[in-house]
Ligand binder design. Structure first.
Ligand SMILES: NC(=O)c1ccc[n+]([C@@H]2O[C@H](COP(=O)([O-])OP(=O)(O)OC[C@H]3O[C@@H](n4cnc5c(N)ncnc54)[C@H](O)[C@@H]3O)[C@@H](O)[C@H]2O)c1
Length: 431
């Protein structure tokens, strides 16, 4: 059992805190957002994440999990301090480490000898050393403090499962005993533990996300070709996926990747490459294909509306960046809806969880509380997020509610044959 402070209680920090408490550690989660801390201390979890509310409740009840405002409150007793604060995209494309630096400055004079600071946020190569330097410059006795990189690979929607049953645990540290201590926190988790140097650990995270983004852009490029050649990208992806060297995951053609990680992490890796003097045009292409894919969806919807979106009522299903999360950050659905509004469409949207947040995020968007209301009077209905519940609706009712039964399915979620039988015009992606 160790005493752990987790700084930042968002998707990654809260999952880390609750799961480490489940593993038997005594964990204090710290955040600058006072409202969030008060709610968490009452067991109220504001993000949509399977099993997380139960785990937080369990941690609070056992006394192994608590929450405080501000890192300074949490670290003095801690043997480990996990940094789980945001690392958003900076103006130059690189990761903005200002939150990380602010926390490092704040905690430096408070760290007890022997404490290990663990970089769990996604941070570019060199960040373990950077955090070490900031701690040293701000009063930490650095010979007695360890710093390690321990990147996180969880996926929103399955965060708890991914944390407790990960594909691997990666720990990067210069000092072997520091790496061993961090690895031991995961005792009880069945997964390979890769102990390596800090730069390699940091690169593993960026390389993994860039590779997954590449798979998505690759299948989208193939989908675009399939549209010209009368092939069906779903059949193609299936035929490819049976090859164990390729696999089925991330071969779903759609509107392009989004979310709080892939866009900023690909941009940050490109920035790192530029600084290192390497022309990473492969990754540049991945990013370009992705941006064009969002726009290609807008074109499909415009075409379905007869070539001009001005004044056209459009129904939109799904706003989050993928299903089973409430996260709207960098959501392709939001990008597409904004573009439709720019072109003068009257967009009425439905999302199972993110409706209220979308009202704030997208001025001018009419958000309704049920999928049928979203398509009432619409000339085009577009599916933007692959929520399972959207597959099982009454499509006769949908058809009757629409001004013209036309569907642009940016997620290939619905059954084209079934819809056509019911009198819909249907267009998907790459099929
Ligand atoms: N979301 C994911 O799926 C995911 C997966 C793997 C890695 N990551 C990485 O993890 C990091 C965190 O991502 P997230 O999605 O959890 O972010 P988030 O925005 O959900 O949470 C960050 C939290 O940090 C808090 N915070 C900011 N500054 C603080 C400070 N000075 N002291 C204390 N708390 C502070 C914020 O209030 C917020 O609650 C990022 O680097 C991200 O790239 C995210």
């Amino acid at each position: 059992m160790s005493r752990v402070a987790v700084v930042g209680t968002g998707y990654v920090g809260l999952t880390t805190a609750a799961c480490l408490a489940r593993l038997g550690h005594v964990v204090c989660g710290a955040d600058v957002d006072e409202e969030k801390v008060v709610a968490l201390a009452r067991g109220e979890v504001s993000i949509l994440e399977d099993e997380l509310p139960e785990l937080v409740a369990e941690g609070l009840a056992s006394g192994r999990l608590g929450f405080v405002v501000g890192a300074a409150e949490a670290v003095p007793d801690a043997e480990f301090v996990f940094l789980c604060v945001p690392t958003p995209q900076g103006d130059d494309g690189g990761a903005d480490l200002s939150h990380v630096a602010a926390v490092a400055r704040e905690i430096a004079p408070l760290l007890a000898p022997g404490t290990v600071v663990v970089n769990k946020s996604t941070m570019p190569v060199g960040s373990t050393r950077l955090v070490e330097r900031i701690l040293a410059e701000n009063g930490a006795s650095i010979d007695e403090i360890g710093v390690a990189s321990n990147p996180e690979f969880l996926r929103e929607g399955t965060a708890v499962r991914d944390f407790l049953q990960p594909s691997r645990v990666v720990v990067g540290a210069d000092v072997p005993s520091v790496a061993v201590r961090v690895s031991e926190l995961y005792r009880g988790v069945q997964a390979p533990v890769l102990v390596t140097d800090p730069a390699s650990a940091e690169m593993i995270k960026y390389a993994s996300n860039a590779f997954l983004a590449t798979k998505i852009s690759f299948i989208n490029a193939i989908a675009n070709l399939c549209e010209s050649l009368d092939a069906d990208v779903r059949e193609v992806a299936l035929g490819m996926g049976y090859d164990p060297r390729i696999g089925f995951d991330f071969l779903y053609a759609g509107p392009g990747y989004g979310g709080s990680c892939f866009p900023k992490d690909t941009a940050a890796l490109l920035h790192t490459a530029r600084e290192a003097g390497y022309d990473f045009d492969l990754l540049d292409g991945v990013v370009t294909v992705n941006a064009r894919q969002h726009e290609r969806m807008v074109q499909k919807i415009r075409r379905a509306a007869g070539g001009d979106l001005s004044g056209v009522p459009v129904g939109a299903w799904g706003l989050t960046f993928k299903a089973n999360t409430d996260d709207l950050r960098d959501s392709p659905a939001v990008t597409i809806v904004r573009r439709l509004l720019e072109e003068g469409a009257a967009v009425r949207a439905y999302d199972p969880v993110a409706g209220p947040a979308a009202v704030e995020a997208v001025p001018g968007l009419d958000v309704v509380e049920d999928p049928y209301a979203a398509c009432a009077g619409a000339r085009v209905l577009t599916v933007l997020t692959e929520w399972d519940e959207l597959r099982w609706l009454d499509f006769d009712r949908v058809r009757d509610a629409m001004a013209s039964p036309t569907v642009v399915d940016c997620r290939n979620l619905l059954d084209p044959a079934g819809l056509r039988r019911r009198g819909f015009r249907y267009e998907g992606v790459g099929r």
